[in-house]
Write a protein that binds this ligand. Sequence first.
Ligand SMILES: [Zn+2]
Length: 421
Amino acid sequence: MTHKVELKPDERESLDWIETRQDHMVATLRDWVNINSGSQNADGLEVMRGKLSGAFAELGGEIRAAELAPTTIVEKNGEVRQQAFTPSFHLIQRPDAPIKIVLTGHHDTVFPAEDSFQSWKMRDDNIMNGPGAADMKGGLLVMLHALLALERSPHRDRIGYDILISPDEEIGSLGSGPVLHPLGAKADIGMTYEPALADGSLAGARKGSGNWSLKVTGKAAHAGREHHLGRNAIVAASQFALGLDDLNGQRDGVTFNVARIDGGGPPNVVPANAVVRFNVRVNDADDQAWVLAHLERLTDETAQRNGISAEMFGGFTRPAKPMTPANAQMFAWTKAAGSALGLDMKWNATGGVCEGNNLWAAGCPNVDTLGVCGAGIHSHDEIVLLDSLSERAKLSAIMLMKFASGEFDAKTARKLARGEA
Ligand SMILES: [Zn+2]
């Protein structure tokens, strides 16, 4: 599965061209980092989507706004409402080409509009600190420049691609997930631009993840006069939370995290409302089934024991992405492309999740940490190594050009995946 790759003169020329764009990438990244596009900042997300349309227009192709369906969320007070999303950015290039690739990313960040972290700052000549600098505004520029290099290749017509850049990755892709799925289902392979670690290593196998809210409805009563008539939602929620926590350690690699309990009110009232929020991580589909059975049992037990009603919202939004032969083939190509640049590409399993999980759920083999090298993501210490902008753009460009020339046969990965699905 390991390949030795040599670069052809036209491929070298495309890579040299990427080098000429390094300063342009840095300037664009600074501009983008200074735009707040927190997942809840609709105005900022739309400004960013406008910036993407401007920059990605250089590729040609058709640019669309992909509308996202709203999702159901449970408020702190137990009220259930619909949450709307701004559109994803979607670019379609040569949809009838024989090889189909889907490239994905996100333009939201974890930093809200009121956060104090809003602009870039240099730490040294090569290290820039800034919100979303690595995760993943830098990665979006890596994706763009790899594709611009492909567009200079004589074999580009053999590859068609969809680019989907979404406003809701950091909050679980609940809106964009259903749009991503059919793109993954029809593509031979997927390339996603989450950051690599500062040492350049990629994420390999990923766990699966799900988020839930349990809405508990009891019965309010005066704490002094009619305490016996009340049905305490907080007590029931607490029992449920303890039951969940007891499941930790019962199955290898499966974790339950009780994240938050909302509810209750004044001390003289038996509380009628509570909401329990939790996250579960799993290794595979068998784990998922085991988890779902336990969640149902715990919900029923809690409701019966306390004489309350309990309603569950949520589910597994990012199924596990194991290192199957199809995904391993993608890494073999990444490693081969890296070796042509003198890079020794490595990867490690992670409990973290991203759009790569969603692509694999659609049967699409993928590498999902093709973005910049960085560190401290989701914190005020988020940094990007600026020289990784062109380094990683070249890495992806080599892969794309080899897929186009047929030296890497993208269809073999999808064939492997079919046997594994
Ligand atoms: Zn990200």
